[in-house]
Design a binder for this molecule. Structure first.
Ligand SMILES: Cc1cc2nc3c(=O)[nH]c(=O)nc-3n(C[C@H](O)[C@H](O)[C@H](O)COP(=O)(O)OP(=O)(O)OC[C@H]3O[C@@H](n4cnc5c(N)ncnc54)[C@H](O)[C@@H]3O)c2cc1C
Length: 313
C-alpha cells in the first residue's frame, strides 16, 4: 500500500467539487465503527461516478463503494483511499413493464432496500416481502445476495447493470451471467453495481403489506438490539452459526466494548465504546473457538474491509 500524507489528499480533494477529505466512516455504518476515509464522495450520476473512479485510478488510490454500511466493518485506521456512495439518479425506483408473468421493476443501487419494498407494496408487487426490515441499499443487497425468511434478492434479479472502472465501461449482465450464491454474488472487485431489474409478481397491496408486517414482526422478536451488522458468520452447511457459537459457551462473551449478543449468538454488538479492532479480534476468537471444539470453519458474512479497501477473504 502506498501511504501518502494528509496534504496530498487535501490537494486531491480540490480537483473535484464532490470530493471531501478526512471523512469519518463510523457514522456511515450500522456498527458505528472505523476511522476516516482519506477521501469521500457521493456520485449522483454515471458521469460523476466515472470522473471519480478514473481520478482514483489515475492517482493509484484504492476506492471502495459503500451502500448503507450495514454489512461492513472498516478498520480503526480508516481507508487509505476513496469511499464512494451512490446518490441522485442511483436512488431511482421505477416500473419498466411486464415480461411474461412478471412485472419488472428497476431499482438504482443507491436506493434503500426499504424504499424498494415500499414501492413494491404500493404497486401491489410480491416477491420481496421476506426482506422487510433488512437495512441497507439495493446495491449492497445485490452484492451480498441479502436474504431473510426464505427469500433472497438474487432470486428475483433478472439483470444487473454495472460500471467497471478497469476498462471504463458500463455493462448489463443478464440472469444467465449472474452467479448468486448464499449471501454472495460472484463479482469483480472494484466494479460498481448501478441498478438491478427485478421480476416481481402481481398481487394486492394489502396482501403484500400483511406479508411484510409478518416478516417485520418475526425480525423484531429475533434481532438483538444495539449497534451491529446483523449475522457475523454464514451458516455452515446443515447447521447454524449461532447454535455453534452458543454451544461453544460464547454467548455474552466480551472483548472490550464488543460483545457476542445474549439474544442471538451469531451477532456481535458494539456496546457503544468498542473499537473496530475489538470486533475483529472477537470475530477471530469466536471462529478459532468453534473450530477448536467442532472442526467447523465459520466464514464471516460481514465484510471486513482492510485499510486498502480490500475485503478480508
Ligand atoms: C440489524 C441488522 C439486520 C440484518 N439482517 C439481515 C438479514 O436478515 N439478511 C441479510 O442478508 N443481511 C442482513 N443484514 C446485513 C445487511 O443489512 C445486508 O447484507 C445488506 O444487504 C447490506 O447492504 P448495505 O447497502 O448496507 O451494504 P454495505 O455494508 O454498504 O456494503 C456491503 C458490501 O457490498 C458492497 N457494495 C455496496 N454497494 C455496492 C454497489 N453499488 N456496487 C458494488 N458493491 C457494492 C460493498 O463494497 C461491501 O462489500 C442485517 C444487518 C443489520 C445491521
Amino acid at each position: 500500500m502506498r501511504l501518502r500524507d494528509g496534504a496530498y489528499y487535501k490537494d486531491l480533494a480540490q480537483k473535484d467539487p464532490l470530493l471531501e477529505s478526512g471523512k469519518a466512516l463510523a457514522p456511515m455504518t450500522t456498527f458505528r465503527l472505523g476511522g476516516e476515509a482519506r477521501l469521500f464522495a457521493e456520485a449522483g450520476d454515471l458521469e460523476a461516478l466515472r470522473r471519480l473512479a478514473l481520478l482514483a485510478r489515475a492517482e493509484e488510490i484504492p476506492s471502495f463503494v459503500l451502500g448503507g454500511g450495514s454489512d461492513t466493518l472498516f478498520d480503526d485506521l480508516g481507508l487509505e483511499g476513496l469511499a464512494l456512495k451512490l446518490g441522485g439518479d442511483f436512488r431511482k425506483i421505477e416500473l419498466l413493464g411486464a415480461a411474461g408473468d412478471a412485472v419488472v421493476a428497476r431499482a438504482g443501487a443507491g436506493a434503500s432496500l426499504a424504499g424498494l419494498l415500499e414501492s413494491a407494496r404500493a404497486w401491489g408487487l410480491a416477491g420481496l416481502e421476506g426482506l422487510a426490515g433488512v437495512p441497507g441499499t439495493v446495491g449492497g443487497a445485490a452484492r451480498g445476495n441479502a436474504g431473510a425468511a426464505g427469500v433472497s434478492l438474487g432470486d428475483r434479479v433478472l439483470a444487473l447493470e454495472a460500471y467497471f472502472p478497469d476498462g471504463d465501461r458500463r455493462e448489463t449482465w443478464g440472469r444467465e451471467k449472474l452467479r448468486f450464491g448464499y449471501r454472495e454474488l460472484s463479482w469483480t472487485e472494484g466494479a460498481v453495481i448501478l441498478s438491478v431489474d427485478l421480476g416481481l409478481t402481481r398481487s394486492a397491496p394489502d396482501k403484500v403489506e400483511a406479508k411484510m408486517a409478518a416478516a417485520l414482526q418475526l425480525r423484531r422478536e429475533k434481532t438483538p438490539l444495539g449497534l451491529s451488522a446483523g449475522s457475523v458468520f454464514k451458516n455452515p452447511p446443515g447447521d447454524f452459526a449461532g447454535r455453534l457459537v452458543e454451544e461453544a459457551g460464547l454467548k455474552g462473551y466480551r472483548l472490550g466494548g464488543a460483545v457476542v449478543s445474549e439474544r442471538h449468538a451469531n451477532v456481535i454488538v458494539n456496546r457503544g465504546d468498542a473499537s473496530a479492532s475489538e470486533v475483529r479480534a472477537l470475530v477471530a476468537f469466536v471462529k478459532f473457538t468453534v473450530f477448536k471444539r467442532r472442526a467447523v470453519e465459520l466464514v464471516p458474512e460481514i465484510r471486513l474491509v482492510t485499510r486498502e479497501g480490500r475485503l478480508y477473504p
